[in-house]
Write a protein that binds this ligand. Structure first.
Ligand code: TXA
Ligand code: MG
Length: 335
């Protein structure tokens, strides 16, 4: 397939919208990561997204809308809490899991009776969705298992030749995927952490929110019998081609251990890359993390040593969720 590489001009966005309406696949920028979109109501188009990404088809997609009121096309039930979160955080990096209307295809929701919805905070994305005149189902625009794409070049690298069009926009402002919150139970439950934190949600709602065990459990809850609510949490994720180790502990010790392991491995003839963010610079870490993984892979490193961020529930915690997955929970602890 020949992929059209488009710009984020009005004219090109109209071309892309037409492709979506005709059942095609378009990759587009959002504020979090690039998405690979299809008409959410077109089962064939949605199936083609799984195909292009090489993704298991029980993994549900996030449906993107351009006006908050369009959530009515996807669900009938809007609780006061859902309305509060929409008012506080949309457009923005917050995905709400709600009961789905029967019209939303099973293909889009991976057979679940719920649907994940978000309104992205990105002009190009909003214009594309509103011109397409349909909600747009879009997972991250990477090959399944590889790091999420935060730059147009990353998308081209993974999907050129596999999708109808790629809109080249700016680098993503946030850099990690949206916070996903399950709003179908009594207590709002975070299924995937992001830059909108539990504290942010609690401040808006005036009540406690919980984390799904898949996030807080050992090894991301993938060991043992626990079945995560968010099916995406169970797959091997974001893995760089290189072997990766996360070094955890007191900051000075972490630095020293990374230096030691680096020297050791270099003497063995290995090419070693290091990811060590400034202490407490969590927003920057979120912005850079996936791009760093991809760049180190391009440099052909054999081993990536990453310093853990110490944060138990904020933005640093959301970055750690990705970092540990990337490393396949390969952790070295220093005291
Ligand atoms: O920032 C983002 O959310 C990006 C951009 C493109 O919007 N999208 C994204 O999509 O990260 P994806 O497919 O890579 O991740 C979607 C996550 C998965 O973990 C999936 O299991 C979960 O959301 N999810 C989707 N629908 C769900 C549902 N009905 N119930 C529970 N989890 C759901
Ligand atoms: Mg993804």
């Amino acid at each position: 397939m020949k992929t059209k590489i488009l710009k984020n001009t009005k004219e090109d966005i109209e071309k892309a919208a037409r492709i979506l309406r005709d059942g095609g696949l378009v990759a587009f920028p959002t504020e979090t990561v690039y998405g690979l979109g299809a008409n959410a109501f077109d089962e064939k188009a949605v199936a083609a997204v799984y195909e292009a990404k090489g993704r298991p088809s029980d993994n549900p997609m996030i449906v993107h809308i351009s006006r908050a009121s369009d959530i009515g096309q996807l669900t009938r039930r809007l609780s006061p809490d859902i309305v509060t979160l929409i008012e506080n955080f949309w457009p923005g990096p917050l995905t709400l899991v709600v009961k789905k209307r029967p019209e939303v295809p099973d293909r889009t929701t991976g057979g679940l009776d719920t649907v994940a919805v978000r309104m992205p905070d990105n002009e190009t994305a909003l214009e594309l969705i509103s011109t397409a005149l349909c909600p747009v189902a879009a997972p991250s625009a990477n090959l399944s298992g590889s790091p999420s794409p935060t730059r147009a070049v990353d998308v081209i690298e993974d999907l050129d030749g596999k999708v109808d069009a790629i809109i080249q926009g700016e680098d993503c402002r946030v850099g990690i995927e949206s916070t996903v919150v399950d709003m179908t139970g009594d207590v709002p439950t975070i299924l995937r952490p992001g830059i909108i934190t539990a504290e942010n949600l609690e401040a808006a709602l005036g009540k406690k929110v919980e984390y799904d065990k898949a996030i807080t459990g050992k090894n991301g809850g993938i060991d043992g019998d626990y079945k995560p609510k968010s099916p995406g949490m169970k797959y091997k994720h974001y893995a760089p081609k290189a072997e990766m180790i996360v070094v955890e502990g007191e900051r000075a010790r972490v630095k020293a251990e990374i230096e030691r392991l680096k020297g050791l491995n270099e003497r063995l003839g290995n090419n070693v890359g290091v990811i060590l963010f400034e202490e407490k610079a969590f927003i920057e870490a979120a912005h850079d993390f996936f791009a760093r993984l991809r760049d180190l892979d391009k440099e052909g490193v054999d081993l990536i040593l990453a310093g853990a961020l110490s944060d138990t529930d904020g933005v640093g915690f959301a970055v750690m969720n990705r970092m540990l997955k990337s490393a396949g929970y390969n952790i070295v602890r220093v005291q």
